[in-house]
Design a protein around this ligand. Sequence first.
Ligand SMILES: Cc1cc2nc3c(=O)[nH]c(=O)nc-3n(C[C@H](O)[C@H](O)[C@H](O)COP(=O)(O)O)c2cc1C
Length: 405
Amino acid sequence: MSAVPGPNVILAVSGGIAAYKAAEVASRLVQQGATVDAIMTAGAQEFVRPLTFSALTGRAVHTDAFAPWTERNRGHITLAREADLLLVAPASASALARLAVGLADDLLGAVALSTVAPLVVAPAMEHAMFHHPATQEHLETLRRRGASVVGPERGRLASGAVGDGRLAAVEAIVGTCWAILGRAGALAGRRIVVTAGGTREPLDPVRFLGNRSSGTMGFALSTSARDRGAAVHLVTGPTSLPSPAGITVERVETALEMRSAVEAAVPTADALIMAAAVADFRPATPSAQKLKKGPGDTAPEIQLIRNPDILASVSAPGLVKVGFAAETENLVPNASAKLAAKGLAMIVANDAASTVGSAEISAVILQPNTPPRQLPSMPKSELAGLILDHLLPLLPRRTGDGGDE
Ligand SMILES: Cc1cc2nc3c(=O)[nH]c(=O)nc-3n(C[C@H](O)[C@H](O)[C@H](O)COP(=O)(O)O)c2cc1C
């Protein structure tokens, strides 16, 4: 458990069939460190019971604007004042209308009018309701006032029809909340380019040389940097991970494609963190046709040529470069050599065999003229935070930064 208290999020659940999915949103926010106060509209309570949300949040659920004031139920003004963010998920067509017009005839409306916290709405409804000009105008009004609208997605709706109106994925809703909550974080105003995943080097139109990298570390770094206020550009090789909300994601296949994407992204960046497992070699002449075996054929010989070293070659004025060294032997000496040879501000050394494709990582952080820092095994999301803590003081100071001159 972190000692730093998490942000206060009000999760307002309104009356739609997707109300059950709000339970997952509440659970995810709580697991990721937020204090969640759930508000349920009368409509929402027709679909899900308050008990679900009180059990998931460990707090009272607020349902009634006129409920007597108690220690656990402190009224809409207190809720509104303490909120860091107001999330309405799912947002019914009716709730969107009330928010846009500014009605305060229920607790959600009263809190929404009384808070200065940012508003995030995740609409969910039937296709026709969503596309009705009234709903579209209400959404436009909310957007114009600064609200963030997540989704809806296109897909199968409760009626069985396929159309626009499915509640956005839980990751997208929760990710948007963290991105907004982090806007004023330590990396606010910084641009960070992160690479993730492994590259695929074609042998023929259907086969490739690849590696086991899952992309987890680079994605964790991207979301952690986003949640601290950075504008993040993630360049990733093929991975099964969904694109995180609030991040520019560029998907590439080969090392050469990754180099082009990184080169194009770094000129305006403060830092480049290369967590991708870029192939050192690629087949010299990939076959234009699928390689076939004929009777009596010997196995084909594959000649490899070197790929460019992206981290060593890429540069931009003031760019702080952070690398990863996944090694199977002589971890610290090999990583130290890379640190110096590639002009890095930091390298994160880890044991390739146990780390690649795994959720946990045991790493050593190396910086020039600093003793190596061995870290215990931890989830990659936790290491991401530690790496960014180390990165922050290495970023060039900018005009307007406080502190000694
Ligand atoms: C079975 C059923 C499903 C509904 N699903 C939705 C929905 O997905 N989205 C929506 O905007 N309204 C939906 N409605 C209509 C709302 O529940 C209704 O407009 C309600 O007044 C919304 O109340 P609230 O905004 O206070 O939560 C549904 C109604 C019923 C009976």
